[in-house]
Design a protein around this ligand. Structure first.
Ligand code: GDP
Ligand code: IMO
Ligand code: MG
Length: 429
């Protein structure tokens, strides 16, 4: 069975926790896009893990964890994650990196930062992890793939060209920075090559074999639909396709093999970085939710922007991704709110829209249309069964399911592994 898991809003919905939950029954977990701009939190009895490149199934030793061809891998960051796991007694023997995955090279984070600074007021608020520049080089066909680490002569020739002919002129002439020395870079990357060698494989036969055996395969989405390069709030997006289609090209799984797409949503909305966000709360309610929810970025530590649940966004995500069922996370963060609002659509200069429009300035100036519901005013952290949740809380969940058009099968009631309300449906056979 193949399940795709996607973020339904602007990221940080709690995907890590849902993946960890599903990974218990998964044979294979595959990351298929993004890079170390992602930060996926998993909390177990052994403490908190924040995965950036490492697939969130890595804590299950029997689960094969693949970093797919669509990911951009910063080898330094991946090696740091591997050694952090080792320090905690976990040997990631079950990790495989596709030789087709591209690398974030040392100049990419620097260029990301320099380009952002040059944009001034129009900056995007990227994570400065070099994600955009690495994907741009992939499309420009001057990118380096993980498999290139195993071909020193090829690396030498290509580094000499890319560094001297493409990167150094930009760094020195445009930004007044020091030039890179490609031979030092070669030494550095050959050092990574030695350490990563055991994990680098051709994932085509591995994934095809898993499909043939009807293994349980979970595609772990990073980022989210509204950050999608094509369907998000362009240009305030990431440089990959976090929607279901991207999961397929980023792993090599055919569309005909997908059984279910699960959408992960937060019970309200958050966004890191710039860009339109119609249901944003710029008042003390937003501050209360941010404080109670410790809404500060996993990767950059930046305060996250907070807003009401936007069902126009969620329904757009559900339809774009073909979401079959949803997880609604962090519901407990709303425990103390006396009044809840749900954005159901937008008003742009008297015209109504039921979905985010492509025209970014229209979307930015769209006014949210809200419906209101009373809060439940009690702690739901101990709820495990649907019937444990207060009636008003169930009403809120049901209303969201109705508005977005998909059943909500999982509800997050706290950060810990066991803090879930499930509604009886087995997601993996
Ligand atoms: P991801 O990027 O989608 O994996 O989400 P992040 O890990 O960046 O952020 C989600 C945060 O919410 C993490 O700190 C999780 O530990 C936490 N979390 C996940 N589910 C729940 C939940 O149901 N309730 C609460 N209070 N925290 C949750
Ligand atoms: P997870 O997987 C939230 C945002 C950045 C910025 C924009 C572009 O943890 O949900 P980039 O560095 O990707 O070029 O930045 O995308 N962003 C995320 N926001 N969660 C993420 O990942 C994100 N990954 C990127 O804040 O606005
Ligand atoms: Mg995150």
């Amino acid at each position: 069975m193949v399940i795709i898991l996607v973020g339904g809003q602007w990221g940080d919905e709690g995907k890590g926790k849902v993946i960890d939950y599903l990974a218990e029954k998964a044979d294979v977990v595959i990351r298929s896009q993004g890079g170390n701009n992602a930060g996926h939190t998993v909390i177990t009895e052994h403490g908190e893990f924040k995965f950036q490149l490492m697939p969130s199934g890595i804590l299950y030793p029997e689960c094969v964890c693949i970093i797919g061809n669509g990911v951009v891998v910063d080898p330094k960051v991946l090696l740091r994650e591997i050694s952090q796991l080792r320090e905690r007694g976990i040997e990631p023997k079950n990790l495989i990196i596709s030789e087709r995955a591209h690398m974030v090279m040392s100049y990419h984070p620097l260029l990301d930062q320099l380009e952002e600074e040059a944009r001034g007021d129009d900056r995007l608020g990227t994570t400065w992890r070099g994600i955009g520049p690495a994907y741009a080089d992939k499309v420009r066909r001057i990118g380096f793939r993980i498999g290139d680490l195993q071909k020193e002569a090829f690396m030498r020739k290509k580094l000499a060209f890319v560094v001297d002919q493409v990167k150094n002129p930009i760094l020195t002439k445009l930004y007044g920075k020091d030039a890179y020395d490609w031979s030092n870079m070669l030494d550095e990357y050959m050092g990574y090559a030695k350490q990563l060698d055991p994990y680098i494989k051709d994932t085509f036969p591995i994934i095809q074999d898993a499909l043939d055996r009807k293994a349980n395969i979970l595609l772990e989405g990073a980022q989210a639909t509204m950050l999608d390069l094509d369907f998000g709030t362009y240009p305030y997006v990431t440089s990959s396709n976090p929607t279901a289609g991207g999961a397929l090209t980023g792993s090599g799984i055919p569309p005909t093999k997908v059984d279910l797409t699960i959408g992960v949503f937060k019970a309200y909305t958050s966004r890191v970085g710039y860009g339109p966000f119609p249901s944003e709360l710029l008042d003390e309610v937003g501050d209360q939710i941010r404080e109670r929810g410790h809404e500060f970025g996993t990767v950059t530590g930046r305060p996250r922007r907070i807003g009401w649940f936007d069902s126009a966004v969620a329904r757009y995500s559900a339809r774009l991704n073909g979401i079959g069922c949803a997880a609604l996370m962090r519901l407990d963060i709303l425990d103390e709110q006396p009044l809840l609002k749900i954005c159901t659509g937008y008003d742009f200069r008297g015209k109504k829209f039921d979905h985010p429009v492509a025209n970014i300035s229209h979307y930015k100036h769209s006014m949210p249309i809200y419906e209101e519901m009373p809060g439940w005013g009690s702690d739901i952290g101990a709820a495990r069964e649907w019937s444990d949740l207060p009636q008003r809380c169930r009403d809120y969940v049901e209303r969201i399911g109705e508005l977005i058009g998909v059943p909500i099968e999982l509800v997050g009631t706290g950060p810990r592994r066991d803090q879930f309300v499930t509604r009886g449906r087995e997601l993996f056979d």
